[in-house]
Each structure stands twice: as structure tokens, then as C-alpha cells.
Design a protein around this ligand. Structure first.
Ligand code: 13P
Length: 287
């Protein structure tokens, strides 16, 4: 059964470890992540971007697939199905479709509008027993080939959004999505510390988990980060394993190509990546 992410993240914050959010794009990714969580006895959050939701056929498809896997594969670790960087409309759709958690990314709205929309979504989500994440300070990344540095959140704004009743908060601390540029300044622990001081026990979220050195991950966890999002690293592992398999020419022999064989090395590569992250985040054995 799907669960909200609130309890697993409160436990993680209190226990000084983090739960991974791994984004899903198709059946193979979802299966690999769930099997690894089960093997590692780790709680897990499946992240779904609006684009990935559309790709998979819609939010109801995603809910049906994930619930079916939990049942048929005997997954009994806590699993949250979470909308990643949701728009206001996307959040409403996922609430209706049966997700167990949403992120409302109102960071591009003026603060008053972000507050108003977040307040409304907190109320609806909590009425349904779902968890809700908000973001303050936009998380940078690559757009049209231009790499922007991550913006640092204003700790007072974080406090204002936390007070609306969100269950966990993503605060920009110089983190970005995708690969980090060579001249990246690193995470701003000063900002993270200031945010935690103002938000107390609220679990904090670190986006852009790909490529952050292990010592920075550990320090971020020690300063209140209880959820770490990883997407690009699984994509890179999947692509590399698939490329190697195709280059080896195995699929071109015999009866032509078997989609299950073609996607198997990528699925295994995702399992290895997820396991490595769960070990680094300290969530192994915490289910
Ligand atoms: P990466 O793609 O950098 O791992 O970031 C994932 C993320 O933050 C999803 O919200």
C-alpha cells in the first residue's frame, strides 16, 4: 500500500539519515527501484515529473502500475508516490488520481501567490492523508545549454512557507538539477543551517542529488536534510548500460530483438545506482 512520505521523513530526520526520492520514467525503472528498496529494507519515494506522468500515459496509469507492483511483487517497505515539481493543476490531478504525496513548486510565483496556493493545497492534501512538499529559492540547472547556479533560499521565506503546514521543504542551497559544472561553488551549508534553525524539526529536501560528493551529502544530512532527490544519475546509468548492450550486437542475433533483453542491463544498472545511494543516505534497514 502506498503511504504518505510524512512519517518516513520525520523518522529519517530524527534518525539522521535521508530517504531517497528516485524518479521513475517507465515500468523497468519503477520495478528496479521497488525491488532494490525491498532488498535493502529501505523506505523509498518514487518521484514522477509531470512530463514523465504524461509519457507513461497519465497519472492514473502510474498509480495503477505502482499499486499493482507493490501487490504482485510483495513489496512491504514504505513506498510514497510523489509528484515532483508539480504545477497547481498537476497537484490537483495527482490528488484525484491516488498519489500519496505531492510537491507544489510555487517558487516562480511572487511570494504572496505562492503562500495562497500552497495554503490551499496543504488543506486538500491533508484532508486526503497525503504529504506535501514546497520549495523556496529556485533550484538551478541546465536550460537550453545555459547552466545556471542554484539560488540560495531566504531562511525567513522558508519559515513563512513552513508555517503553512507543509510536511517537508526544499530549500535552494546552491544545488542544481543535472550535472554540476566544473566551477560549482558547492552547497551553502551556512544557508542550510540558517534554514534549519528557523524550521526546527521539519524535514528538509535536497534536490539535484546527482553528482554531489559523498562528504557534502553527509554534512547536509547532519544539518536536517531527510529526503534527497536523484534522477540524472539513474538516467546516465540506464543509458550507458543500454548503449553497451546494443554495441555488443547481441540483440541483432537470432530472432531479432527482444525488448525484455534489451532493457534488462539498464534495469540492472538502475538497481546498482539506487542501492549505492540508499547506502550513502543511510536508509538501508530503516523500513
Ligand atoms: P538530478 O537529476 O540532478 O539527480 O535531480 C533530481 C531532482 O532533484 C528531481 O527533483
Amino acid at each position: 500500500m502506498l503511504v504518505s512520505a510524512t512519517e518516513m521523513l520525520q523518522k529519517a530526520k530524527a534518525g539522521h539519515y535521508a530517504v531517497g526520492q528516485f524518479n521513475i520514467n517507465n515500468l523497468e525503472w519503477t520495478k528496479s527501484i521497488l525491488l532494490t528498496a525491498q532488498e535493502c529494507k529501505s523506505p523509498v519515494i518514487l518521484g514522477v515529473s509531470e512530463g514523465a506522468g504524461k509519457y507513461m500515459g497519465g497519472y492514473h496509469v502510474v498509480v495503477g502500475m505502482v499499486n499493482g507492483m507493490i501487490q504482485d511483487m510483495g513489496i512491504d517497505v514504505p513506498v510514497a508516490l510523489h509528484l515532483d515539481h508539480g504545477t497547481y493543476e498537476g497537484c490537483q490531478k495527482c490528488i484525484e488520481a491516488g498519489f500519496s504525496s505531492i510537491m507544489f513548486d510555487g517558487s516562480h510565483y511572487p511570494i504572496e501567490e505562492n503562500v495562497q496556493k500552497t495554503t490551499e493545497l496543504v488543506k486538500i492534501a491533508h484532508e486526503k492523508g497525503m504529504s506535501i512538499e514546497a520549495e523556496v529559492g529556485s533550484i538551478g540547472g541546465e536550460e537550453d545549454g545555459v547552466v545556471g547556479m542554484g539560488e540560495c533560499a531566504d531562511p525567513e521565506e522558508c519559515k513563512a512557507i513552513a508555517d503553512l503546514g507543509v510536511d517537508f521543504l526544499a530549500a535552494g542551497i546552491g544545488n542544481i538539477h543535472g550535472k554540476y559544472p566544473a566551477n560549482w561553488q558547492g552547497l551553502s551549508f551556512e544557508t542550510l543551517d540558517a534554514v534549519q534553525q528557523r524550521t526546527g524539526d521539519l524535514p528538509l529536501v535536497l534536490h539535484g542529488g546527482t553528482g554531489i560528493p559523498a562528504d557534502m551529502i553527509k554534512k547536509a544530512i547532519s544539518l536536517g536534510v531527510a529526503k534527497i532527490n536523484v534522477n540524472t544519475e539513474c538516467q546516465l546509468a540506464f543509458a550507458e548500460a543500454t548503449r553497451k548492450y546494443i554495441e555488443a550486437g547481441k540483440d541483432l542475433e537470432g530472432k531479432g530483438f527482444d525488448p525484455r533483453k534489451l532493457l534488462a542491463p539498464g534495469a540492472e544498472a538502475i538497481k546498482a545506482t539506487v542501492k549505492e545511494k540508499m547506502e550513502l543516505f543511510g536508509s538501508v534497514g530503516k523500513a
